[in-house]
Design a binder for this molecule. Structure first.
Ligand SMILES: [Zn+2]
Ligand SMILES: [Zn+2]
Length: 290
């Protein structure tokens, strides 16, 4: 249960808040919930840097300027090498399997690493809390606290077994997020027309709460959901709808069904309300159409 709660906290922090809410403005959350989930997202980096870098990624996806494109630079650079800003596959592999050790390294490194895209996140820097937590000391404090609360607690409570479990958990969790770049632009089916090489590997969608549907995301980046096709699952979208019902989320954005139909590739079955036969049911959608 401890690991499940941690996975949801970190997962929703990165996938729902860092990515969809802060970067793409696909929904709005009440501030206490937003900030609580931002704290969960800290292992992914500081908010200003993350948002600026990701907005840059959308502008140059799979072009030479896109530092984590597997099409341009191969699997290991796309997975973890780009964080380190070193063209060393060996270092990328060590970092990929560092598990909770990444918390300690990142506490020092991430606020100081590439900040060249920070100017693309001026709106994030305008928020006092997001600006504060993006600074080296608060960020390091947050990660060290997380390390103590998770790895430290696991060792104290369950000894070597706890340490091993927490190590496997962190490797799995980091790989989930990192594979969105490395596999989301390299492996799996394409369902929508986009200018990049983005893909929709279904297995990745399951472990990343929906962000593995990366081709869908690149087709409609400002949407709160990625699950337009049948048999697709988007956990972060489900969580956001739950938050909406509780009054904690509002202004959820989705594309109009006609726009989805324009970009979908031949032979792909869309789910309601995006299916062609139900394209006239726009008025039945409770979400905001953009
Ligand atoms: Zn991408
Ligand atoms: Zn995005």
């Amino acid at each position: 249960m401890f690991l499940a709660v941690l996975y949801l906290w970190v997962g929703l922090g990165v996938v729902l808040v860092y990515h969809r809410v802060l970067t793409h403005k696909a929904a709005q959350l009440k501030k206490p919930l937003l900030y609580l989930l931002v704290l969960g997202g800290l292992p992914a980096g500081v908010p200003i840097q993350w948002v600026g870098h990701h907005r840059f990624h959308h502008g140059v996806s799979d072009q030479p300027q896109d530092g984590h494109s597997p099409v341009q630079y191969g699997f290991w650079r796309a997975l973890t090498g780009w964080y380190l800003e070193r063209p060393s596959t060996a270092l990328a592999i060590v970092y990929a399997f560092a598990g909770p050790g990444r918390l300690l390294f990142d506490a020092w490194w991430r606020p100081r690493s590439s900040k060249i895209h920070d100017h693309l996140a001026a709106d994030i820097a305008a928020d006092p809390f997001l600006r504060w937590v993006s600074q080296p000391l608060p960020y390091a404090g947050g990660l060290l606290l997380l390390f103590g609360m998770t790895f430290g607690l696991a060792v104290v409570g369950w000894g070597l077994t706890g340490a091993a479990a927490m190590y496997v958990f962190y490797v799995f969790m980091y790989w989930g997020g990192d594979l969105i770049n490395a596999a989301g632009h390299g492996e799996g089916a394409r369902h929508f027309r986009t200018k990049d090489h983005s893909r929709n590997p279904g297995w990745l969608a399951v472990i990343t709460l929906g962000d593995g549907l990366h081709n869908s995301h690149h087709a409609f980046p400002n949407s709160i959901r990625n699950d337009y096709c049948r048999h697709q699952w988007d956990g972060a979208y489900g969580a956001c709808r739950l938050f909406e019902k509780m009054g904690w989320a509002h202004h959820l954005r989705v594309p109009a069904p006609e726009k989805v139909q324009q970009k979908v590739l031949d032979g792909i079955s869309l789910k309601s309300p995006f299916a062609i036969s139900e394209g006239s049911m726009v008025s039945k959608i409770s979400l905001e159409i953009v």
